[in-house]
Design a protein around this ligand. Structure first.
Ligand SMILES: [Mn+2]
Length: 400
């Protein structure tokens, strides 16, 4: 039996505010193409199908079309709910979907009841464990004292092992959404550590032929039979260097055979660019980033006006821009940087930073305001009215 392992689709997720549905539809089409070209029998998706518990209608459409394409390509689908999914919503209609070859495992009470599929060598039991939030599931799993993810998962696995014990010779696959010790996070996962240690030991899965994990977003191998597929798309600029992939695992008569990695297409690249706005808009070295999602760090001495609009003229998929002055140590606390400087100097440099060098007239106003603040008495309010002896700055000076 040939199994394709993918996870963490996060359909409906946005990237710095930009909709990713078109990219997600593309990559699910690529998964369906792999199912056809590699003659995959079963696709397993251990959680985070959607990015939120109430996905919008467009996200549901993309997800359903993805499931349909995979099914049409010839595979049965076993999917579970992750920490982002609503088990009740994802699992609505599950018994009807199962009749069409889509098994949605979202109920804790059913985690030890396998989906039994078979090949020439006999039965393969798929145990879909939905994400187990300790607070919510410990009573249902019969371990009311349990606090940690490890205790909760152990309780679920104990039930599964009891079921396996009654199925002599059956090969086994477990889907779980958890942070297994030794795995590496990418930064785009939402923490599940509320209330305790989030990691579970790999030994929880001892004896299972293949363990398809979800939650961590980069493909990784914890042991030959315990793996994360990672998400099909990068969901943070930190994942720029990853190649997204799926695993294809073959179960032969005795259990796990070969596991191979299949890279997914990079739908749109990610680029982090640094330089002055003018450099980013003109330098030939950035040509290759023009169709990428771009995060720009601007090094201009003065904050450029409306930089995102200008950037998008060259990089239509720019999603983030920030300004970092090239001089000055950002680590240094602002209060330390201005220590020993006159108030007027500090105010002048602030004005220069945010809107260009102040005019003489503007500085005259600033100096008067500062002088008024210094002469403020404890009981009285600061007087900011112009003293008759000081000439008003002219309108021309103010707007210079
Ligand atoms: Mn996830």
């Amino acid at each position: 039996m040939r199994i394709l392992h993918t996870s963490d689709w996060h359909i409906g997720r946005t990237f710095h505010g930009v909709d990713l549905l078109a990219d997600q539809a593309r990559v699910l089409t690529a998964v369906a193409e792999l199912v056809a070209s590699e003659s995959v029998d079963v696709v397993v998706v251990p959680g985070d199908i959607y990015d939120r518990s109430i996905p919008n209608a467009d996200a549901i459409g993309v997800c359903n079309r993805g499931f349909e394409a995979i099914r049409a390509a010839g595979a049965t689908i076993v999917a579970t709910s992750g920490n982002h999914d609503s088990p009740a919503r994802l699992g609505a209609g599950a018994s009807f979907a199962a009749a069409g070859g889509l098994y949605l495992c979202t109920r804790v009470a059913d985690a030890h009841r396998p989906i039994v599929l078979s090949d020439a060598h006999g039965a393969v039991c798929f145990y879909g464990i939905p994400y187990l939030e300790p607070e919510i599931t410990r009573a249902e799993l019969g371990v009311p004292q349990a606090h940690s993810h490890a205790e909760i998962l152990d309780a679920a696995m104990a039930r599964i092992r009891a079921d396996i014990a009654e199925r002599a010779g059956a090969r086994t696959v477990v889907l779980a959404h958890a942070f297994v010790v030794g795995g590496e996070a990418t930064g785009s996962e939402r923490s599940i550590s509320v209330g305790g240690v989030e990691t579970v030991p790999m030994s929880a899965f001892d004896g299972i032929d293949y363990v398809a994990l979800g939650h961590l977003h980069s493909p990784q191998t914890l042991s030959e039979s315990v793996r994360y597929s990672g998400s099909p798309l990068p969901y943070s600029f930190g994942e720029n260097s990853h190649r997204k992939a799926v695993w294809i695992a073959d179960l032969d008569a005795d259990g796990l055979g070969a596991v191979t990695r299949h890279e997914l297409p990079r739908v749109r690249g990610l680029s982090r660019l640094t330089g002055t706005l003018d450099t980013l808009l003109t330098a030939a070295e950035f040509d290759s980033a023009q169709e990428h999602y771009v995060s720009a760090t601007l090094t201009d001495t003065a904050r450029p006006v409306d930089p995102m609009r200008k950037l998008r003229g060259r990089f239509p998929h720019a999603v983030h821009v920030e300004w970092a002055r090239p001089e000055g140590n950002p680590e240094l606390h602002y209060r330390e940087r201005v220590h020993g400087r006159r108030d007027g100097e500090v105010a002048a440099s602030f004005l220069s930073d945010v809107r260009g060098t102040p005019s003489k007239g503007e500085m005259a106003w600033v100096e008067r305001a500062l002088a008024a603040a210094v002469s403020e008495t404890d009981s009285g309010r600061g007087e900011l009215v112009a003293e008759p002896s000081v000439a008003e700055p002219s309108v021309a000076e103010l707007s210079a």
